[in-house]
Design a protein around this ligand. Structure first.
Ligand code: NAD
Ligand code: DAU
Length: 337
């Protein structure tokens, strides 16, 4: 049985990926390693926690001694590395933990993976490492776009990409790097735009939109991201970077209005607030290289948003538990309302 280590498997994308792999590959044993920060929760895995091909390991990826011991004991075949601090706004207020987890944590994992000769290390990165595009709709990020990160979050991810690349060049480590656009879907933590909007609109609360709401993101349903990583794991050429995105560009205002409309509420819930510092104007992915490998997304923005809104309607317990306690403190500090 192949052993697959998924780091950050208690979070949003890693959590969806763990479910995807446990269900699709009964002959792979999926190990979910996560330290359970504010963004990690295991209740999302109640449907798979008893499966024979699933295990959970609580550990911090930046803890070299512990990580080294785990790798020596389990001798994983593959590593899919999602674990990270992932929220841009938090990185603007408290950058240090982003450097520790995203940069140092990645290097600790690489050393551990190298020491047991893993067959492949897939580093899950982000389109934000490329910086921002202007509003010319014919410009896209390709794998050859120079890295020019603008936030402490994206700078930490770009740094980790560089270290992963260096381990390929220097030690011939079998790696791939994926750079995906904005994800959305089930179990998305309600600090990010789409789940924040859905949860607040459902509670008839104001939705904070930064600046003029005209910044553009390229949205991809999380299940399509999972299938892309599965393909890269099995078919990706060693040392290569693959961009992931589905040509679903929307302004933030369009996204918020689509959700308000889907829930039959009023646009009066929109509250324009002070802009994010260093707010990137536009992201847009050219996924040609991944499509040539055989990937196609299954959702467009309309079908994906409909599925997601329904999921939040049917899973109120999950997000209602999150938006209590510490989340309230975070929200008050971030938005002052
Ligand atoms: P998330 O914040 O929802 O989940 C991150 C997970 O990592 C949590 O379960 C958390 O507990 C865990 N974690 C954090 N620090 C850790 C540590 N030191 N040791 C072990 N576990 C730790 O993040 P997400 O949105 O699911 O993003 C996952 C990955 O995908 C990240 O690497 C992110 O950069 C990348 N990514 C995200 C998006 C997006 O739109 N969300 C898009 C492209 C790429
Ligand atoms: O592009 C991939 C990235 O997408 C990932 O690497 C990050 O981990 C992920 O968090 C996401 O980053 P963004 O900053 O684009 O996502 P966020 O949901 O925070 O914001 C999306 C857009 O919405 C952005 O232009 C800022 C805006 N926004 C966000 C929040 C939280 C608002 O207008 N109001 C808000 O309250």
């Amino acid at each position: 049985m192949k052993k697959i280590l998924v780091t950050g498997g208690a979070g949003f994308i890693g959590g969806n990926f763990v479910k995807y792999m446990v269900n699709k590959y009964p002959k792979y044993h999926v190990f979910n390693l996560d330290t359970l920060t504010y963004a990690g929760d295991l209740t999302k895995h109640s449907d798979i926690e008893e499966r024979e091909n699933y295990s959970f390991i609580k550990a911090d990826i930046a803890d070299r001694e512990v990580i080294s011991e785990i790798f020596n004991n389990e001798k994983f075949d593959y590593v899919i590395h999602f674990a990270a601090e992932s929220h841009v706004d938090r990185s603007i207020k408290e950058p240090e933990i982003f450097i520790k987890t995203n940069v140092l944590g990645t290097q600790v994992l690489l050393d551990a993976a190298k020491s047991i000769n893993v067959k492949k290390f897939v580093h899950v990165s982000t389109d934000e490492v490329y910086g921002e595009l202007d509003f010319d709709p014919d410009t896209f990020f390709t794998e050859n776009t120079p890295l020019q990160p603008n936030s402490p979050y994206s700078a930490s991810k770009a740094s980790s990409d560089m270290i992963v690349r260096a381990y390929y060049e220097t030690y011939n480590m079998p790696i791939n790097i994926t750079r995906c656009s904005n994800n959305y879907g089930p179990y998305h933590f309600p600090e990010k735009l789409i789940p924040l909007t859905i949860s607040r609109v459902l509670n008839d609360e104001k939705v904070p939109v930064y600046g003029d709401g005209k910044n553009i993101r390229d949205w991809l349903h999380v299940e399509d991201h999972c299938s892309a990583i599965d393909l890269v794991l099995h078919e990706g050429e060693l040392g290569e970077v693959y961009n992931v995105g589905g040509h679903n560009e929307r302004t933030n205002l369009e996204v918020v209005k689509t959700i308000i409309n889907a829930l039959s509420k009023s646009n009066d819930l929109i509250e324009f607030v002070e802009d994010r510092l260093g707010h990137d104007k536009r992201y847009a992915i050219d996924p040609t290289k991944l499509e040539k490998l055989g990937w196609q997304p299954t959702y467009n923005f309309e079908t994906g948003i409909e599925q997601t809104v329904n999921w939040y309607l049917n899973n109120e317990n999950w997000w209602n538990n999150i938006i209590q306690g510490k989340y309230r403190e975070y929200f008050a500090k971030q938005y002052q309302f």
